[in-house]
Write a protein that binds this ligand. Structure first.
Ligand code: SIN
Length: 305
């Protein structure tokens, strides 16, 4: 049997394999380029970019937990123009789709950054970050408020022809409603989940460890929650879904694919093992061979229950 076909068309983004690196965990490329062959990634998702530069939250901004990481970076970034001038040219040297995670504090800012980035050559898609738990205009304003979610999506849709991938919040009660609303407003794919709001306390000072007080929990601790939400969202829509949440092994990724994800993103695991996305893709290939499957697409959503 010939080698299995791992390629995926994610709402117009052609990926050589279904494993991408999640926004905020791989910088803008140079940070990892000496450690990882970027040409072997399914796609590269850039840290959240806004129209103007943004300082993010004061430190401390991260704390490890028993089985994950809480971060409150606050979407620090150099702004769209600096990204296009100083960072995109580096990434464009590689044969990998570049997806830019975008955010704003208002509907107008979202639309403006989408328009600015769409005018540049070399981007494969925009991931719409409506789910950051660490800025007040993030998750609660757009990611868990259905009318606002629709408004921001509709406004961005008008400004870009690039594939649009809203990144959903882990809204346990309303995930189907958000997934369907995204599809109705013209999204080409969905990604989920973003990190889960969380708290760590220093018992000596009795203060929150993070300067922002709360942050977003990611890593292995959230995988079963993410898996359930991906399963539910994938059943609710026809557009492809990217599964994110605690993926560190091929087995983790395969669970997401069997639950209905067409692609997956490796996030927190990149900090401990930068080559995780590559070993996950290799492991998916081995699984397809062992199970006599010619393509990864055949496995998507094959959960039996
Ligand atoms: C952050 O920068 O605070 C995290 C980004 C996100 O959760 O979307």
């Amino acid at each position: 049997m010939s080698a299995p076909d791992l390629s995926v068309n994610l709402g117009g983004v052609r990926m050589r394999n279904p494993v991408m690196v999640a926004s905020g965990t791989f910088g803008y490329g140079p940070e990892y380029a000496d450690l990882v062959d970027l040409n072997r990634l399914g796609a590269f998702v850039v840290k959240g970019i806004s129209l103007d530069p943004w300082r993010g939250n004061p430190p401390p901004r991260t704390v490890e937990t028993a089985s994950g990481l809480i971060n409150a970076i606050g979407l620090q970034n150099p702004g769209a123009d600096v990204f296009l001038r100083d960072h995109l040219p580096f990434l464009r040297q590689f044969d990998v789709p570049v997806i830019v995670n975008i955010w704003g504090r208002t509907v107008e800012e979202y639309a403006a950054v989408a328009e600015r980035l769409s005018a540049a050559a070399g981007l494969a898609a925009l991931e719409l970050n409506v789910s950051c738990p660490n800025i007040k205009e993030g998750r609660t304003t757009f990611g868990t408020n259905l009318p606002m979610f629709r408004r921001v999506l509709a406004a961005v849709r008008l400004k870009t022809r690039l594939p649009l991938i809203p990144k959903l919040a882990p809204d346990l009660a309303q995930i189907k409603a958000f997934a369907q609303a995204a599809e109705e407003e013209g999204a080409d794919a969905l990604s989920l989940i973003n990190s889960i709001p969380a708290l760590a306390i220093d018992i000596e000072t009795r203060r929150p460890v993070l300067a922002n007080r709360t942050g977003g929990l990611s890593g292995p601790a959230i995988k079963p929650i993410a898996l359930k939400l991906v399963w539910e969202a994938a059943q609710a829509v026809k557009i492809p879904v990217v599964g994110i949440g605690g993926i560190a092994t091929a087995a983790d990724a395969l669970e997401f694919i069997i639950a209905g994800a067409s692609a997956v993103a490796v996030g927190t695991a990149n900090f401990t093992e930068p080559t995780t996305a590559l070993t996950v893709a290799d492991g998916i290939r081995d699984y397809l061979v062992r199970h006599n499957l010619g393509t990864v697409k055949e496995l998507v959503g094959t959960i039996l229950c």
